[in-house]
Every structure is written in structure tokens, then in C-alpha cells.
Design a protein around this ligand. Structure first.
Ligand SMILES: NC(=O)c1ccc[n+]([C@@H]2O[C@H](COP(=O)([O-])OP(=O)(O)OC[C@H]3O[C@@H](n4cnc5c(N)ncnc54)[C@H](O)[C@@H]3O)[C@@H](O)[C@H]2O)c1
Length: 453
């Protein structure tokens, strides 16, 4: 089939590559001409495992354009995969979706299925249909289908190729048949619903996962108070298939382009309908607070961070991506800089994106380090924000290169057994703090604290 995808972000570009892989001819449209040019040059503009290879393999079935008229020419299916970022009030910004829908109307001259793949509030597809009816310039038939996406960044290609299900909200048999034909080669369970239910499945799924993360994070915080180990607790819970063992890893909370905005959007939708969705509201609050657990723990060692050299390992919101959207680093690092800290940041791919976000007027300073070793050397404190494999491969000996090896691990990267009985301090989430500083360092820390008080 001829498929046109609007938006070449994480969802649009991965969808395009996967649909080409299963035999469709795909045209990608983006308003970002630089991105289109890079794609035409054979570059992959985002960091996503397996994507460059898939684009290369299927380049004979893919075209990249910034012109809607050319892009819509032969399309049987047009898929909108543009962003729906959060607005100040927590609602979703739908201007990109509506803008793309209008552009399609102005440029389409034949019948087609218009799929909305972006995550959109319940009822948005009805609104898109209204826009389509009002703006079509030819006597043609366009059916609007809700087809939310469930991929995760970092594993996006395999998530799409081997997805748990495909959800499509259609209002006619004609649309249902087209959707079946589009996805048939993927051999995945197809959940066909009405449009509003499909839209709700996306929010209900994402918000449930966010809730699960916030739940285990609260259990972790309580484990710390009560002397239990959250990793053992999660393992014990996870054997029960009613609970499942996924999304039970305690840490400093979720980030990224989906959970934070999708929880807030559902909360906002509920309020608009005179309902308060208390579980989701609680998940949002817990997540906001969880980001700062590392700083609270660090305060056990330093009353102030002024002049303290802090190795920050990981900037991206999770490993496997260069995406910084809603990453805990964006909240934690400015707070440290405000306090006068000297940050030595390391990330294998999100450094450039982070540079653009730094407020140079803060009291502290930030230096980007090309290696973990450079980041750790001379540091007085290490904060682990992203569980990159390179970080997980560090050993106590690596941390002993620090001036004061105090490690606060927001992602529970290491076994307690490997870190105890070492001349380092290792604090993590929901587990006891292990290790100790050498006598000399302990004396230094005590003197410093006395001097400050
Ligand atoms: N990123 C994820 O992991 C993920 C997973 C599932 C669902 N989603 C949802 O998918 C949607 C897209 O997310 P994303 O992360 O891919 O976004 P993104 O910001 O990475 O990409 C969006 C792209 O759309 C382009 N664009 C914007 N307006 C356009 C227009 N009018 N015409 C053509 N191109 C336009 C932008 O230039 C950009 O390249 C969002 O609704 C998001 O919530 C994202």
C-alpha cells in the first residue's frame, strides 16, 4: 500500500521504517526541512537502536519530503504522527495535529484513510473528522481512524515489529478492512474498537504504567524507613501474574515525552468533566517528588553543594535514547547549579541536547566529560541519573578514583553485595546504604559539616 506519514519523530520515523520493512511504499513528510534533508542524505536524525539499519535496508521503498501536495499524491493511507506536547494547564497541545489534518485536506485529491497515530485526548479524532469535512477542497471521501502507538524509545523498532497489540478505533467496515490490510504482515493481535475507546486505551495504558512506577517508588521510600529491600520486594511481587514483573523498578521516577504529559492530560480531561482521577493525580505528585530523592540523600553528606565537584552520570531520561524531554536531569542539575555545585556531566549521546538547556547565569558551573573516568576523577559526589550499560559496568575500583567516593544511585545499578565492604559510600533507592568512607575522608566530612553549621 502507499502510506504517507506526517512527522518524522520517534513515532513517525520508526513507523515509516517498519511499514516499509513489511512491504509498504512509504512517504515521510516533515515541516523540519533540515531533518528531511538529513534523511535524504541517508542520515538517521534520532538515536534509536536498529533504526539506521532499517532505514538503510528499506531506502528503496521510502521517500522524504517537506511538500504536502507531492507527499499526499498517491497515498491510500495518511498517518499523522506529529507531537502533542503539554500545555501550561496540563492539556495536550493539538495545534500540530489539527494543522497537519488541514494541510492534508488542502492537498488531497482522492479517497483515503486518515490515521491519527499521535496520542490525543478522547474526542480529538471526532474533531479531526469535523476539520476534514470543513476543509476538503475536492469531492472525496476521507475516513478518520484512531490508531495510537505503544512503542517505547530505546526499543522502538522491536516494540513495533513485535508489539503486544495494535489498537485501531474505526467507525466503518471500510476503515477496519484497510487497517487489517495495513498491519496484516506484522501478525499482531488487532484490537478494533470505536475511536473514543481507542483514544482512551492509549491514556489508560500509559497512565497505568506511570502509576505502577510511582507505586513501587513509594514502596521503595517506605522500605528505606522500615529496613526492607525494594528489589527483593519487587521480585517477590513480580512472580504473581496478576501483578507482573515489569515496571516495578524503583528509581527517581519516570520522564520522557509520554508518561509526564499523558498523566497530566488525563487528569486535565477528568477535571473538564467534573471528575477527579485521584490515582493518576497521586502518581503525578509522587513522580515530581521522587526526582529530588537523590538531592535529599546527598544532603546527608553535604549541607550545601557550593564548590562541590559532582559527577552526574546520565542526562537522557532513560538509556538507549538521546531524548531529554522531562528527564530528571533537567530538574536536578539546575537545582545543584543554583546551589553553586561544579557539575561534571557524562552521557553517551544526550550531551549536545543538554548544552542548549543550561542556564549560564546560575552560581555553579557545568563541564561535559567525554568519559566516565574523567567525570568521576576528583569528584566529591556521584549522582547516577540514567542506567546506561557503561554506568552499570563500573566497579568499586572506578568509584575509588573519586576524591570522595560517595555514590547516590537513582537507578539501583549495582548489587549491594558488590558495593559493601568497600571504602566507598553507596546509597540507592529503597535499599540500605552500604560501605563507608576511609577514616581520613570521614574526618574531612565531619570537619566540613562542623565548619558549615
Ligand atoms: N516518543 C514516544 O516514545 C511515543 C510513544 C508513543 C506515542 N507517542 C506519541 O506520538 C506523537 C509523536 O511523538 P514523537 O515523540 O514522535 O514526536 P517528535 O517531537 O519526536 O516528532 C514530531 C515530528 O513532527 C513534525 N511536525 C510537527 N508539525 C508538523 C506538521 N504540521 N507537518 C509535518 N510535520 C510536523 C516535527 O517537526 C517533528 O519532526 C505524540 O503524540 C506522542 O505522545 C510518542
Amino acid at each position: 500500500m502507499n502510506v504517507t506519514i506526517i512527522g518524522t519523530g520517534y513515532v513517525g520515523l520508526v513507523s515509516a521504517a517498519v511499514l516499509a520493512e513489511i512491504g509498504h511504499d512509504v512517504v515521510c513528510i516533515d515541516v523540519n526541512e533540515e531533518k528531511i534533508q538529513r534523511l535524504r542524505n541517508g542520515e538517521c536524525p534520532i538515536f534509536e537502536k536498529g533504526l539506521p539499519e532499517l532505514l538503510e535496508k528499506n531506502k528503496h521503498r521510502m521517500r522524504f519530503l517537506s511538500d504536502y501536495q507531492q507527499g499526499c499524491q498517491d497515498a491510500a493511507i495518511i498517518m499523522i504522527a506529529v507531537g502533542t506536547p503539554e500545555k501550561k494547564d496540563g492539556s495536550a497541545n493539538l495545534s500540530y495535529v489539527f494543522g497537519a489534518a488541514k494541510e492534508v485536506c488542502y492537498n488531497l485529491d482522492h479517497d483515503a484513510i486518515l490515521i491519527v497515530k499521535s496520542t490525543v485526548p478522547i474526542g480529538t479524532n471526532d474533531e479531526v473528522e469535523r476539520i476534514v469535512q470543513e476543509n476538503l477542497t475536492k469531492e472525496i471521501h476521507v475516513e478518520v481512524v484512531s490508531n495510537p502507538e505503544f512503542l517505547s524509545q530505546g526499543t522502538a523498532v522491536s516494540d513495533m515489529m513485535q508489539g503486544y497489540r495494535i489498537v485501531a478505533g474505526c467507525e466503518s467496515d471500510y476503515a477496519r478492512e484497510k487497517i487489517k490490510a495495513l498491519y496484516e504482515p506484522l501478525k499482531q493481535p488487532l484490537v478494533l474498537t470505536d475511536r473514543r475507546s481507542a483514544e482512551m486505551i492509549k491514556y489508560a495504558s500509559n497512565d497505568f504504567l506511570a502509576l505502577k512506577i510511582s507505586y513501587i517508588n513509594e514502596i521503595a521510600n517506605l522500605c528505606e524507613c522500615l529496613g526492607a529491600n525494594v528489589e527483593d520486594v519487587a521480585t517477590g511481587m513480580g512472580f504473581d501474574p496478576r501483578i507482573g514483573d515489569k515496571f516495578l523498578r524503583a528509581g527517581i521516577g519516570y520522564g520522557g515525552s509520554c508518561f509526564p504529559k499523558d498523566t497530566k492530560a488525563l487528569h486535565w480531561m477528568a477535571i473538564q468533566n467534573d471528575y477527579e482521577i485521584k490515582t493518576v493525580k497521586a502518581a503525578i505528585t509522587v513522580n515530581e517528588n521522587q526526582k529530588f530523592r537523590l538531592l535529599q540523600k546527598a544532603k546527608n553528606y553535604y549541607d550545601s553543594f557550593e564548590g562541590i565537584e559532582i559527577a552526574v552520570l546520565g542526562l537522557a531520561f532513560k538509556p538507549g535514547t538521546d531524548d531529554l524531554r522531562e528527564a530528571p536531569s533537567l530538574a536536578i542539575i539546575p537545582a545543584l547549579l543554583e546551589d553553586g555545585a561544579k557539575i561534571r556531566a557524562w552521557d553517551p549521546c544526550a550531551e549536545d541536547a543538554f548544552r542548549g538547556q543550561v542556564d549560564n547565569s546560575a552560581k555553579g558551573e557545568i563541564r561535559f566529560c567525554g568519559s566516565l573516568r574523567e567525570s568521576l576523577r576528583e569528584a566529591d559526589l556521584c549522582l547516577i541519573l540514567t542506567e546506561w550499560d557503561q554506568v552499570k559496568a563500573l566497579t568499586p575500583a572506578d568509584f575509588k578514583e573519586m576524591r570522595r567516593p560517595i555514590i547516590i544511585d537513582g537507578r539501583n545499578c549495582f548489587c549491594l553485595e558488590d558495593m559493601e565492604n568497600e571504602a566507598i559510600v553507596y546509597a540507592s533507592i529503597g535499599r540500605k546504604t552500604v560501605g563507608s568512607l576511609s577514616q581520613n575522608l570521614n574526618i574531612y566530612m565531619m570537619e566540613r559539616k562542623d565548619g558549615e553549621s
